[in-house]
Structures are given as structure tokens and as C-alpha cells.
Design a protein around this ligand. Structure first.
Ligand SMILES: [Zn+2]
Ligand SMILES: [Zn+2]
Length: 162
């Protein structure tokens, strides 16, 4: 064998070596990327196989079809939405007049004494404005969606009319 053909064999082997390394690297990259984007381990395995076969073309096909977002981003966004919903729910629990924090069970605002809810005539539980009947004791709500001002001249008159 001549020195020249020895050299060519070395070059060829080196080239094959680098192609194989590059092939493994791209397949491994697909595996790593798929794990960050896909939850189902079977789908991750399939993506990895696609990343390996066909060599080099597989990762390009994978890039076309991979989920657009990382799982951690999706989770973070879900958490943000939950936190926002919580904030919105909390906003309802403020006095409409003075914005003081109030409890869902409060009948009046303790800060500015604004009437927040009507109490059940029978069991004194706070009632929501739309309720037709007290859910705690089944007493019918006399004046739904209006605010009871307590001992005004209107109260006895309404009772007499019933
Ligand atoms: Zn208030
Ligand atoms: Zn009641």
C-alpha cells in the first residue's frame, strides 16, 4: 500500500467519524428539545426516533411539527392566568364605596358603613342580591335585588301588604 492511499483511508474514516458524531448530536438535540416541549414520554421517544432516522433530515422534519412552546412556558402562563383570576375574584371583595377589603359574609362595610348585603330575615345569613330564597334556612327573600335599609317606614308597610 502506498502512503497516499493510507492517507485517504484516514481522511475517509475521519469524515465518517464526524458525520456519525454530528448525526448522534442532532438526534440528541431532538431528544432534549422534545423533552422540553412534549409531556407524553411516548411522543418524546417517537420524536427522538424521527430525529435519528432519516439522519439530518429527521431533525428538520421535527422542527416543522414540534409544539411551538416549552412546557415550562405553558405552565408559567397557566399559573399567571390562575393568579389573575384570583386577583379578579379578590377585587369583588372590596367595598364599592371606599374600596376597603371586606369579607364575603359582611353585611355592611366596617369602614364606611355602606350596606353590602341583605341579611336573611330568619337566620341572619348574608344573602346575595340575586337570591330569591335563603339557601341556609329556605326562607323566601322578601325584596330580592334591593337593599334593606332596616327600620324605615317602608318595612312595616310591605309586611302589611303581604
Ligand atoms: Zn366602605
Ligand atoms: Zn335564612
Amino acid at each position: 500500500m502506498s502512503l497516499d492511499s493510507d492517507f485517504l483511508i484516514v481522511v475517509r474514516n475521519l469524515a465518517i467519524f464526524f458525520v456519525v458524531v454530528f448525526w448522534i448530536a442532532t438526534a440528541y438535540w431532538v431528544y432534549k428539545d422534545a423533552r422540553r416541549r412534549i409531556e407524553d414520554p411516548w411522543m418524546v421517544a417517537m420524536a427522538t426516533v424521527l430525529g435519528a432516522v432519516p439522519p439530518f433530515l429527521g431533525p428538520i422534519i421535527y422542527m416543522f411539527f414540534r409544539p411551538p412552546e416549552y412546557l415550562e412556558d405553558v405552565r408559567e402562563r397557566e399559573l399567571e392566568i390562575k393568579a389573575m383570576e384570583k386577583r379578579l375574584a379578590l377585587r369583588d371583595l372590596h367595598c364599592p364605596v371606599c374600596r376597603a377589603e371586606v369579607d364575603a359574609s359582611f353585611l355592611v362595610c366596617p369602614v364606611c358603613t355602606t350596606k353590602l348585603k341583605q341579611a336573611c330575615a330568619n337566620c341572619k345569613q348574608p344573602l346575595e342580591a340575586l337570591w330569591q330564597i335563603c339557601p341556609y334556612c329556605e326562607t323566601r327573600v322578601e325584596t330580592p335585588a334591593t337593599i334593606d335599609f332596616g327600620d324605615t317606614w317602608e318595612t312595616p308597610r310591605r309586611r302589611r301588604a303581604e
